[in-house]
Design a binder for this molecule. Structure first.
Ligand code: GDP
Ligand code: MN
Length: 418
């Protein structure tokens, strides 16, 4: 899921006609001071991170003067919320809140539903999970029929909303669903949707996440990597993503784990797993022999040889790595000869650049015999320390790790690293 910050989501709310507080996102205490001066009234300052529960962790603060706003921003910037560093703060007019509602749409992927569920509750501002079931109006929306304005009116009425604000509340919830569909969201939440003392209904918060598979329809969202990615992508990450973006056959997940300057200091290998569990066993094996992974890569779900080739090329392009491990710690049912072909082609191009380079390959599963043949034949005659392993060693992570370590030690001696 591609996650967005509150201030980005609120920009979409504003365009969709859902009222939001007046405000601006800032990067420094000085900018926060100026923003508060410009708003010329008490403000609320909110950490922009992909995490909820900011209220409780001190990441939402109030300020009456620009001076106080600057101080509050200084406290919030650089703070960690649920392990995420705060780099930006949203400065907004402070709302005089009379009541907090909850409104949200999520995808329920359970077999019986498989579609959007719209929720509304008069008890917002807290975790919706902690609100009693009878205080939440829920509606599974038929994706073809869509939603009618009376649907959200009925939901609000069923939860006791009355009077002048009824139409405003129902309207905000209705527009929320339309926006959810328009942006192909997985989650779009307003918690809280507030009623102010001067009878305005305003979205005071926003949580928004868009379906990765739909990102190609939304270049306007400017998402660089269409999958869970909790840091600013590096050049390596972006190249890795370009394989996935241009070819959805199988998956290739590639991410940089250590900055190149660090890798050049030694002790790092290029890491390539097949499948999540196998990759975890592989990472363990590497850690246990005191080596580190420069990257994380996983090619699974029956990727093509060309996809595997591109991933291996990228792994091998990392300056300073002292070995390559294919951690196929599983009896995969994908046809492994695609891996064998991709690896052979990439290694034939890359190994001549690194004489004596350690390459440990564990590949098992469907078409294993043929795959091993392809590897043996294709990698023959290369000036490198190549070892091939098959199902005999499918879970022998200590053996594989030990061999990798031994070859890396020899190689380090040879290149004068020790
Ligand atoms: P979260 O805790 O990360 O979900 O952050 P929220 O944006 O939802 O803020 C947490 C709580 O702070 C809200 O539930 C409100 O009670 C309060 N809050 C946020 N904005 C304002 C505001 O403008 N005025 C007032 N009085 N309270 C606010
Ligand atoms: Mn909230």
């Amino acid at each position: 899921m591609a996650k967005f910050f509150e201030y980005q989501g609120k920009e979409h709310f504003r365009k969709a006609g859902i009222p939001v507080p007046e405000g601006v996102v800032v990067n420094t205490p000085q900018e926060a001071r100026e923003a508060a001066a410009k708003l010329a009234r008490p403000v609320v300052l909110k950490a922009q991170v992909w995490a909820g529960g900011r209220g409780k962790s001190g990441a939402v603060q109030f300020a009456d003067t620009p001076e106080e706003a600057g101080q509050a921003a200084a406290g919030i910037l650089g703070m960690e919320v649920k392990g995420l560093e705060v780099k930006q703060v949203l400065v907004e007019e402070k709302l005089d809140i009379v009541q907090e509602f909850y409104a949200g749409v999520v995808i329920n992927s359970a077999q019986e539903v498989r579609g959007p569920v719209l929720m509304f509750s008069p008890e917002g501002g807290v975790d919706i999970e902690s609100v009693p079931r009878e205080k939440i109006a829920m509606k599974n929306v038929d994706i073809i029929k869509g939603l009618m304005p009376y649907d959200t009116l009925n939901m609000a009425v069923s939860m006791g909303v009355r009077g002048k604000i009824l139409r405003q509340v129902a309207d905000a919830v209705f527009k929320l669903y339309q926006l959810f569909r328009q942006l192909d969201c997985r989650t779009l939440e307003i918690n809280p949707l507030v009623l102010t003392r001067d009878n305005r209904v305003i979205a005071a918060d926003c949580r928004m996440a868009v379906d990765d598979q739909a990102l190609f329809r939304h270049p306007e969202l400017g998402v660089k990597i269409g999958r869970e990615f909790l840091k600013e992508p590096t050049e390596f990450d972006l190249i890795g993503w370009s394989f996935e973006e241009s070819d959805f056959r199988g998956t290739s997940y590639v991410a940089e784990m250590a900055p190149p300057e660090e890798v050049k200091k030694g002790g790092y290998i290029g890491f390539h797993g097949i499948g999540g569990g196998a990759a975890m066993l592989g990472m363990d094996a590497v850690n246990r022999v005191d080596l580190k992974v420069a990257d994380f890569a996983d090619t699974s779900g029956n990727p093509t040889a060309s996809k595997v080739y591109r991933v291996v090329k990228l792994i091998m392009a990392q300056p300073g790595i002292e070995g390559y491990l294919l951690a196929g710690f599983m009896m995969a049912n994908q046809e492994q000869w695609h891996h064998a072909h991709g690896i052979v082609k990439a290694m034939r191009e890359e190994l001549p650049k690194r004489p004596g380079f350690p390459v440990v390959i564990l590949l098992c599963g469907n078409k294993e015999k043929e795959s091993q043949e392809i590897l043996k034949e294709g990698l023959a005659g290369l000036n490198a320390r190549i070892e091939l392993y098959d199902r005999e060693h499918v879970y022998d992570s200590n053996v594989i790790g030990g061999r990798l370590r031994a070859l890396v030690d020899e190689y380090r001696k040879e290149i004068g690293a020790v």
